[in-house]
Design a protein around this ligand. Sequence first.
Ligand code: SF4
Length: 402
Amino acid sequence: MTGTIAARHGPHDAPSGEAQATSVYVHVPWCVRRCPYCDFATRAVEPAAIAHERYADAILRELERRAPALEGRRLVSVFFGGGTPSLWNPQALGRVLRGIVGAFGARLGELEVSVECNPGSFEDDRAAQLVEVGVTRLSIGVQSLDEATLAFLGRAHDARQALRSVRSASECGAAVSADLIIGVATLSAMETAAQVAPLVEAGARHVSAYVLTIEPGTRFGALHRAGRLPIRTEDDVVETYWRLADACAAVGLEHYEVSNHAAPGQRCVHNLHYWRAGDYVGLGAAAVGCLLETPGRARRWRNEPDPDRYMALVEAGRLPEADEERLGPAELVREGLMLGLRTDEGADMRALARRAGVEPSHGRAQAIARRIERGDLVRDEQRLRVPRSRWLVLDSIVVDLF
Ligand code: SF4
């Protein structure tokens, strides 16, 4: 899974001296089985073998170790991603959530708290239990409402379970997002787009539609190399992308990011913060965090990916980091452009200058002017954005600005 309302102000919008807005991502590294297309840091486990409380203890200890870096920061959102966070005991998840909120001196009820869920691990009372511990948003890995497509994708649920999960999540009062995988050989563009209406009718107010990508280290990767994976042509994928976007627009969902559509007021705060190049803390096995130290200097780290080694490191009193990266002004500008240009609001150049400590247009003014002339970029006062009609060629536009 992947892990994303009326846009709140991002960290860049804060006047200097105001607490730096920060999100927290918690990685939950288990799934009931591995999907053949997935290369995320996750491990297939028997649900009975999950170390619910031990993992929660480890995350809370990691949080304690990171407390000095959190001082003076304001929590904007918490996101439990994976893996399959809905496999985790909601009480253990709630204990971690209260620890995070307490560490920032924030209050539950004032924050977006998202949990990624799979319909196969989402029995009827799971949504209610998650809402009960403070979760406000459930992001459900529907992937498809077509049985043949679910079988092709190796999913552990059927279409009926998927719709029931969306309905039960919505009935519990959570904001509901549904993930779809598009560009799959088993479904035409029209059939793919036809899945949106039933999801919205069941209560989804946000749809994330990701084009199937073939990752080298996966079963699909091996089948593709052997020429045995049916795939759609690029033209088909493009047609599917726009037909799905039209279907979302027809039911009132705004296309606010390359792969994301939301009803008014339902944009994902956590992901918006990320696309605005905001700071985030990663907790748990394989989690990534990135915090600005001073303008123009940030540190990114990645935790030990193996859950057993992660817990052993934390229990031995050590920081569970596998590697770290230092980001300077050039990297911060590139990253800020790459993320910001994915959204309909674009990259806030003034905010980016504050974050990177340099003028972001410096050295790329000609490339920007050229792309504006071609219609690939639009400048709205301090913002630079890519028009929605060019989102499918975003990568080539961004590369030109590097
Ligand atoms: S459920 Fe999600 S995270 Fe787990 S293997 Fe499947 S795609 Fe990957």
